[in-house]
Ligand binder design. Structure first.
Ligand SMILES: [Zn+2]
Length: 434
């Protein structure tokens, strides 16, 4: 994928800094044997970029079934997040990263929880992924556990202390954002402070908006207006804003969104599982809104599978607009150039072009039946047929991170054992808070 959506038969050369240096006609070699790989019949494409995930929730998979969003948050997810300490959070992030990376996701926009952001950033760093994350901000609202409430000053002080290491341009792969959770749990004063801080330090603002009708009702009760109108009023709606969902937008709200230049992070799996609804991606595209893709949290999906999520987006588009609206290349681009833009990394990743980082996945069509196709549209073949069984290699910044399903440095059995132990700890804390 490049801006022309070309499909090339080519040799790909990576420079010592881990960037793509050239796409050469195949067989141009000879290449030095010890520094080249022969991958006949494979499909090489940009690593998937997921612009909305919650690493802190991976350990909660299966602990919050059959609930609609607001009850899911108040009765299960927030109390579970409140039970995290740095150790349990690290395990949760590790399992999430294992699943994302072995599934071909090479970059994420994460919503941290309200504490221990440094643990998430460090765990991402160890894994080799490219990630942007921030402290989830919750300072008001019904059902928010005491342990999760933070004063916005505290959040900004903590974020400020991390700028030195993870601020814009500081770290090769890890970045910071601000992450006000959603309108019902963030005060007006906090929104304004966050907006000023984001402008001053050039940070993205990562939030949720227009996910369910109940959330819209809570927003209208609290603010007298709908989510994007409100975000515009408090000065947050702008090109820095990244809002997950965008399912329930009335015309005025959509106009506010379009005017602001904010991006929408489409999570069709989570929206379907919680019965929230289905975002109209085509209408957003037609209005010029940038749309990314995300698996959201493990308890609401329940998988962190980028290819599966892209297929759900395609199914949603066909459901609302008919199959002729399914533009496979454009849907893949939600996890490519569009995703890169939403992470603020469009100069670095999202396509296979000289000068970009070598973040890529190697698919082997012979490794599983789904990717075999009698057609000649490679974009459609990958969108509709690729699965994690086809992922032979995952590269980030020119480093081989995943080889035949195995993540460098993190044996899956060990990660799963550790997560199971930590899940028991969290469950016990919930049952016996003393
Ligand atoms: Zn979310």
């Amino acid at each position: 994928l490049d801006p022309q959506r070309r499909v090339l038969k080519a040799d790909l050369r990576i420079d010592p800094e881990g960037r793509i240096d050239a796409l050469l006609p195949p067989g141009r070699g000879p290449y030095p044997r010890e520094r080249s790989l022969s991958l006949p019949g494979r499909i090489i494409m940009p690593g998937l970029i997921q612009s909305h995930v919650h690493l802190c929730q991976t350990v909660m998979r299966g602990m919050a079934e059959r609930l609609p969003l607001i009850r899911w948050l108040r009765e299960r997810i927030w109390p579970l997040e409140a039970a995290h300490d740095a150790e349990t959070l690290e395990s949760s992030a590790r399992l999430g990263l294992l699943e994302l990376l072995t599934g071909g996701t090479t970059a994420i926009l994460d919503m941290g929880t309200t504490r221990h952001l440094e643990t998430i950033l460090q765990t991402c760093e160890q894994s080799g992924i490219r990630a942007v994350s921030g402290l989830a901000v919750m300072d008001v609202g019904t059902g928010v556990p005491e342990a999760m409430r933070r004063d916005v000053d505290e959040v900004l002080t903590e974020t400020g202390a991390l700028l030195q290491r993870y601020g814009p341009g500081r770290h090769e792969r890890i970045g910071l954002c601000l992450a006000p959770r959603f309108i019902p749990s963030v005060s007006e004063g906090a929104w304004r402070r966050l907006s000023d801080f984001a402008d001053k330090h050039d940070l993205l603002i990562h939030t949720h908006a227009c996910e369910t009708r109940e959330e819209i009702e809570l927003t209208v009760q609290k603010t007298g207006t709908t989510p994007f109108r409100y975000l515009e009023r408090v000065g947050v709606a702008g090109p820095r804003l990244r809002a997950a969902h965008g399912v329930w937008l009335d015309e005025g709200d959509r106009e506010s969104l379009v005017r602001s230049g904010a991006g929408i992070l489409h999570c069709p799996g989570a929206n379907a599982k919680l019965g929230s609804g289905l975002a109209d991606v085509v209408t957003l595209w037609d209005a010029g809104v940038g749309v990314g893709i995300g698996t959201d949290g493990a308890p609401c999906n329940n998988r962190h599978d980028g290819f599966e999520e892209l297929r759900r987006a395609a199914a949603g588009i066909a459901t609302l607009h008919g199959p002729e609206a399914v533009d496979a290349a454009r849907i893949l681009e939600m996890a490519g150039p569009a995703g890169a833009h939403l992470l603020g990394l469009e100069e670095k990743i999202g396509s296979l072009e000289p000068g970009k980082e070598a973040d890529l996945i190697v698919l082997n069509p012979a490794a599983g039946p789904g990717l075999w196709s009698a057609g000649d549209d490679l974009h459609a073949q990958v969108l509709h047929g690729a699965g994690r069984e086809n992922i032979e290699q995952v590269w980030i910044g020119g480093e081989l991170i995943v080889r035949r399903g195995v993540l460098r440095g993190w044996p899956a059995a060990q990660v799963l054992r550790q997560t199971a132990r930590v899940a028991r700890t969290i469950r016990q804390r919930l049952e016996d808070p003393s």
